[in-house]
Ligand binder design. Structure first.
Ligand code: NAX
Length: 328
């Protein structure tokens, strides 16, 4: 008898959308007791495919799914939204510079931010998945001045999950033995997966690995370039794993992270760890009472400092670019 939660998904007809919607409708996004209503946003050319996916969702007869509406207007799609998964984005085309990419995505995330500001529910929570995810989240946030800034987040959970598996394989342990791993910075090739504060079976993970060459030449590039490796192998970019990470991020945000561990989420910086205030940067994060908090007081060694600073510098540059374009 819980009230249904309105979940708006943009880019619903895309490949991540296809991997995501069935899991939301089955209760994995919010929990097995929470009914959901889906609000799908597509561009006009994508509406028919979204209708096809909606037919399949109907055919699953999910007990928790209380409705599906499809829109090509962001103002309608975000009306009453409690959760917004911003998946649809403009991919980098041939010859496109980073500035062009940011500008093209500004054309998507600015009106979506305005629509969120105008019509979303008071408890709206936003996760930007579409790339460049951190800066897209920043653009939307800047056009939703009435929504608390902390409600705008971007996804680095896929990077976090990738790092967990790589570390577990190296140490020949279970995923469940690893705690307190962190992805810092931008969801891009500059991201920094940090094992220096991580634990394996209660011991320090970096000491357990004790192999700086593996760390620098194998682990970090494998995690950071995993997206490209998936494209190379699959002939298409990560979809089911990206959808899975979006589910993990929102589930933890709403339901809380487990005691004695943290996860990684790109959330607005309060200046912690030298990350300029306001940047939506990945941090070690716990969720308590429905809010993300940055884990404080971690020791950052010289190696980590350099890597974090490099990724944060890239985020600052992206912010400068979208400022010049008048998008934030
Ligand atoms: P697809 O191209 O399969 O789907 C994107 C969908 O978005 C399309 O159906 C398109 O019609 C729709 N769309 C475009 N503009 C829209 C708008 N203004 N409003 C609503 N819908 C719109 O891409 P897919 O593989 O699903 O990936 C989606 C995004 O996720 C990409 O930007 C991709 O780079 C990003 N990713 C982010 C990841 C992360 O970890 N943060 C990992 C996976 C993925 O690469």
């Amino acid at each position: 008898s819980n009230a249904p939660v309105n979940v708006t998904v943009t880019g619903a007809a895309g490949q991540i959308g296809y991997a995501l919607l069935f899991r939301i409708a089955s209760g994995q996004l919010l929990g097995a007791d929470t009914p959901v209503k889906l609000r799908l946003l597509e561009i006009p050319q994508g509406v028919k495919a979204a209708e096809g996916t909606a037919m399949e969702l109907d055919d699953c007869a999910f007990p928790l799914l209380q409705g599906i509406d499809i829109f090509d207007d962001p103002n309608k799609a975000f009306e009453g939204a409690n959760v917004g998964l911003l998946v649809g984005a403009r991919p980098r085309g041939p010859g496109m510079e980073r500035g062009d990419l940011l500008e093209a995505n500004g054309g998507i995330f600015k009106p979506q931010g305005e629509a969120i500001n105008a019509g979303a529910a008071d408890d709206i929570r936003i996760l930007a998945v579409g790339n460049p995810a951190n800066t897209n989240a920043l653009i939307a946030q800047n056009h939703a001045p009435d929504v608390p800034a902390e409600r705008f987040t971007a996804m680095t959970r896929l990077d976090h999950n990738r790092a967990l598996t790589q570390l577990a394989k190296k140490l020949n342990v279970s995923i469940n033995d690893i705690k307190k791993l962190t992805i810092w910075g931008n969801h891009s090739a500059t991201q920094y997966p940090d094992i220096f504060n991580a634990e394996v079976g209660g011991k320090n993970a970096a000491q357990a690995v004790n192999d700086q060459t593996w760390l620098e030449d194998d682990f970090i590039p494998t995690v950071a370039k995993r997206g490209a490796a998936i494209i190379e192998a699959r002939g298409a970019s990560s979809a089911a794993s990206a959808a899975n990470a979006a589910i993990d991020h929102v589930y933890d945000w709403v339901n809380g992270t487990p005691e004695g561990d943290w996860t990684s989420a790109a959330i607005p910086s309060d200046g912690s760890y030298g990350v300029p205030e306001g940047l939506i940067s990945s941090f070690p994060a716990v969720s308590k009472n429905g809010k993300w908090e940055i884990v404080q007081g971690l020791e950052i060694g010289e190696f980590s400092r350099g890597r974090i600073d490099a990724s944060v510098k890239e985020l600052s540059e992206e912010r400068d670019t979208v400022r010049k374009l008048g998008l934030v």
